[in-house]
Design a protein around this ligand. Structure first.
Ligand code: PFF
Length: 483
């Protein structure tokens, strides 16, 4: 029985420590870097609505399921799934959930580290006061050019990018080596509140842009489905695309770190006493709030500087430095912001590495430290693909024959494969396992509820029907079945 099983990796010291760690895992580049730029690329409000619907109807239920699996298994995702499948007399193949998480984890960690490296690169750029000159530039056009050039100079240099990527990965590995409580729990306890306070300061700045703030709010919340479904309209042709919906669903899974075992392994370190549903709801709410906050900060700055909302992955790195360059104490806040962004990224990257590392610890007799170095090196090496996608391989577009991937670089494809395909499928498999395969007695026992509870029934309904239907429809839509 699971009561007798204990985690060999340790346990969170309290419920609050779990909430902070899981929030640290969820809140990261996905909220501050990715959410604004994909919202910009997909036309704004309609995309945000689809994203929020996915969070409530799929993200929250699947997250509860994933934490539940972790706490019941108390091991790495691969072994947790193995034990639980055995106990529930289900097929051994359910372990594949853990394996697919390992593959997705390597790929995500590899590019996550490169992008987080950009954040590290901007720390000295801001500290040197580079962006203070924007105050003396005469036109918005000149300001925009300045920000774009700065970013382009960074990403066009593979050596610089490799340097920052190496630094980020090295620190990730050191933190993961320290284990569950080590430095990690303590770091997260300070960094998450600090990031939140700084975001509020930036919101104050965004509000001070007046009309542009209103334009930003409108962009985020005015629902215009044409902008979502017909993104590439020219005066003579308009082609339907379901891709935006797939991206919104993928983002719901990515931002909550679902479908690849990170949240499962964090659940494995959770005390048996804690309520899974309540703690999970807090994490989902915090994550969603921070993404919306990032959008409210970034779009007013985009509009007030005539930047394009669809600028792509460089959006945050081009917009925020302009704002810092114009505000009092900007050098200080700018430097602090990129430091905190790097910390938010670290508190996520450690969770991406943990499923693989915990499995290797269980499966081999090597020390955690040696295994971390191995995992880090492999992910670092795969990360070179992402580094080169922004410079020497920027014209390598292997799937350019397909309209949907016409402009996709290798980085875009890796991102698409993991976030839009592997995470939703992983989440779907977990939902099916918990809701259809596990005995309801095991599930209610873990959730400390009864089968007659209304909330339990709603949750089960979401897992049984909404998640499979949602993931299925979105895939069919994306491959063009409805167009
Ligand atoms: N949720 C993280 C973010 O929004 O940046 C990224 C992430 C972490 C994805 C852990 C997947 C994962 F397993």
């Amino acid at each position: 029985m699971n009561e007798e099983r204990t985690s060999i990796h340790g346990q969170w010291s309290s419920k609050f420590a779990f909430i902070l760690a899981a929030t640290g895992c969820a809140v990261g580049l996905g909220n501050i870097w990715k959410f604004p730029y994909i919202t910009g690329e997909n036309g704004g409000g309609a995309f945000v609505i689809i994203y929020l619907i996915c969070i409530v109807l799929m993200g929250l239920p699947v997250m509860i399921a994933e934490v539940l699996l972790g706490r019941r298994g108390k091991h790495s995702p691969i072994n947790s799934m193995r034990y639980i499948a055995q106990e529930e007399s289900a097929s051994r193949w359910w372990q594949l959930i853990g394996w697919s998480g390992v593959v997705a984890g390597f790929i995500i960690l590899s590019y996550y580290s490169v992008i987080a490296g950009w954040s590290l690169a901007y720390i000295p750029i801001m500290a040197e006061g580079t962006f203070n000159v924007v105050q003396s530039l005469s036109s918005p056009e000149a300001v925009k050019q300045f920000a774009q050039n700065n970013f382009a100079t960074l990403i066009s240099n593979p050596i610089t990018l490799i340097g920052w990527h190496t630094a980020f990965m090295a620190v990730t590995i050191i933190m993961v080596s320290g284990g569950v409580k080590g430095g990690l729990e303590r770091a997260v306890q300070f960094m998450m509140p600090a990031l939140f306070v700084l975001l509020l300061v930036l919101l104050g700045y965004a509000i001070s842009t007046g009309d542009y703030f209103i334009k930003g709010v409108e962009f985020l919340f005015r629902v215009d489905f044409e902008a979502l479904f017909y993104p590439n309209c020219t005066p003579d042709s308009c082609e339907f695309s379901g891709r935006g919906v797939l991206v919104a669903m993928g983002q719901a899974f990515f931002t909550l770190s679902l479908g690849m075992g990170s949240i499962m392994v964090y659940g494995a370190y959770l005390s048996q006493k804690t309520s899974i549903a309540k703690t999970t709801a807090v994490v989902v709410a915090a994550d969603t709030m921070i993404a919306i906050l990032a959008g409210l900060i970034i779009f007013p700055i985009v509009f007030s500087n005539q930047l394009a909302p669809g600028a792509g992955p460089g959006l945050v790195f081009q917009t925020l430095p302009i704002a810092f360059g114009q505000m009092p104490w900007g050098t200080f806040f700018g430097t602090l912001f990129f430091i905190l962004l790097a910390f938010a990224a670290w508190s996520s990257s450690i969770s991406i590495a943990e499923p693989v590392v915990s499995w290797l610890v269980e499966a081999t007799s090597l020390s955690r430290r040696v295994l971390c170095i191995f995992v880090g090196f492999l992910a670092w090496f795969i990360g070179l693909i992402t580094v080169f996608s922004f410079n020497i391989w920027s014209e390598v577009k292997p799937l350019s024959n397909f309209t949907m991937f016409e402009n996709s670089t290798l980085f875009d494809l890796l991102d698409f494969l993991t976030v839009n395909i592997m995470l939703p499928l992983g989440g779907l498999a977990m939902a099916i396992f918990v809701a259809w395969v596990m005995r309801s007695r095991s599930v209610t026992q873990e959730l400390k509820t009864t089968e007659s509870s209304v909330l339990y029934r709603l949750w089960l309904f979401a897992l049984r029907f909404i998640t499979p239907l949602g993931v299925g429809l979105v895939f069919l839509n994306a491959i063009g079945v409805f167009s």
